[in-house]
Design a protein around this ligand. Structure first.
Ligand code: ATP
Ligand code: MG
Length: 430
């Protein structure tokens, strides 16, 4: 019989890597809480129509990447229904906003989520069929200030803080404005006119996009097409007064907060309900899949899925790509245990468990050895999983003075049991 394996594009996450995932999530939660966001958890599958309307039939996601199935009726009274594993989470959050009438509170809703998403894409480094996103949305009635550029700037500043706290250095923030439902049609007309004489020389995808969704031509990555795209009119020159003022206010707030950014005229989203600010954070360490996160304003999304007017702004970060970046930056070292306690002889096992309990309750990360191991074996085991080894024999148990060796410095010292926890905490930064 052939052995069963995890499905293509899915992966098992094992320790020690899962510790990095947990740390990323803990840092994200702590940042979101400081910015006064609350967590939302929506179902992993939804009615297919939600994504068709909320993400858009024209997008790669909906046109070719979704896991969709017909859920059979189980009783005569039930109808069969087309269901889809969520490929992203914004549509689900906005559906929940509408379903629970959160707009009626009159308050801005600031919601974050962490969870798996599913897209049938070609698997490669940084691109999987089940992947995890960490995202947030700020959405609410206009009277609560949901259209204000200060919200855009605050979200971007929060993301800069989050990446910094995660230890991801070297990111780039790119921003643009795609205007609104009122000024974009003029730009699209200009774009179509500019594309007409040249699109025949561009890739097949661009030839199709020039007809179905010309904005998406700006997304094209084919090298041969780049000179044509660089020569196309810029959306910045077609923004109306209100969109220009909005964008200028976002930039001014970022300048004041000291968040560095670059303007990228080609950063667009193809759908009508995406408005004004769009952004992306990239990282050089990721290679071809260099986007850490993407986001923007979606002032028309709620109405597109049957809700009240509820402007919003949000983002989704690829957690898998955060992990890859941190691994590349070698931040995984932090996941070592603070100490490995090596009982010297089996008779010391019970007392060593007592010491481990004391330290663990004090918040330290402890690996407990086994007194049946020879000293050499204990040292080898400890060196793999911990920063220090604590020797615990009969003498140590009686005197309360422990022998501690730090692996990175090579220094061996005698430490009083009452001072051990503080010593181990201090050793974390050495
Ligand atoms: P890409 O251009 O890389 O396909 P996208 O435009 O499809 O990205 P979004 O839908 O904006 O991406 O999703 C936000 C983030 O989620 C991306 O910036 C990326 O970090 C992550 N992401 C998207 N698709 C995948 C995937 N298949 N595997 C892992 N991470 C992903
Ligand atoms: Mg994609």
């Amino acid at each position: 019989m052939s052995t069963l394996k995890a499905v293509r594009g899915t992966r098992d996450l094992l320790p020690p890597e899962t510790a990095l995932w947990n740390r990323i999530e803990a840092v994200a939660r702590s940042v979101f809480e400081r910015y006064n966001f609350g967590e939302i958890r929506t179902p992993v599958f939804e009615d297919t129509g939600l994504f068709a309307r909320g993400v858009g039939e024209e997008t790669d996601i909906v046109s070719k990447e979704m896991y969709t199935w017909e859920d059979r009726a189980r009783a005569q009274s039930e109808k069969s229904q087309s269901l889809t594993l969520r490929p992203e989470n914004t549509a689900g959050v906005v559906r929940a906003y509408i379903e629970h009438k959160l707009g009626e509170t009159g308050q801005l809703q600031k919601l974050y989520y962490i969870g798996p998403q599913f897209r049938r894409e070609r698997p490669q480094k940084g691109r999987y069929r089940q992947f995890s996103q960490i995202g947030a949305e700020v959405i609410g009635p206009v009277s609560a200030g949901s259209e204000s550029p200060v919200r855009d700037a605050e979200v971007l500043e929060m993301l800069a803080t989050l990446l910094d706290e995660l230890g991801i250095s070297g990111w780039t923030l790119k921003i643009n404005s795609v205007g609104s439902a009122s000024d974009r049609p003029a730009y699209i007309a200009k774009l179509k006119a500019a594309l007409e004489p040249v699109v025949g020389q561009m890739c097949e995808d661009c030839q199709r996009r020039a007809v179905t969704n010309p904005l998406r031509v700006l997304d094209c990555k084919v090298p041969h097409d780049q000179p044509f795209i660089d020569a196309l009119p810029k959306i910045a020159d077609s923004l109306d007064e209100a969109s220009r003022t909005h964008f200028a206010a976002v930039c001014a707030a970022l300048d004041a907060a000291g968040v560095p950014y670059e303007r990228d005229h080609r950063l667009v989203r193809g759908l009508d309900y995406y408005t004004r600010t769009t952004f992306e954070f990239t990282h050089g360490g990721l290679g071809a899949q260099n986007a850490l996160l993407g986001g923007g304003r979606y002032d028309g999304l709620s109405e597109a899925i049957g809700g009240p007017k509820a402007p919003g702004i949000g983002f989704a970060m690829g957690e898998d790509r955060l992990v890859l970046t941190l691994q590349e930056l070698d931040a995984a070292k932090a996941e070592l245990a603070d100490a490995y306690i090596a009982p010297l002889g089996e008779a010391q096992n019970p007392a060593a468990l007592g010491l481990a309990r004391e330290l663990r309750r004090g918040g330290l990360r402890i690996e407990l050895g086994d007194g049946s191991f020879r000293l050499k074996k204990s040292f080898e085991a400890a060196d793999k999983v911990a920063r220090t080894i604590v020797l615990f024999g009969e003498n140590e148990a009686q005197s309360g003075i422990l022998t501690v060796k730090n692996f990175s410095s090579g220094i061996q010292s005698k430490i009083a049991r009452v001072e051990l926890a503080a010593h181990l905490v201090a050793a974390r930064t050495k």
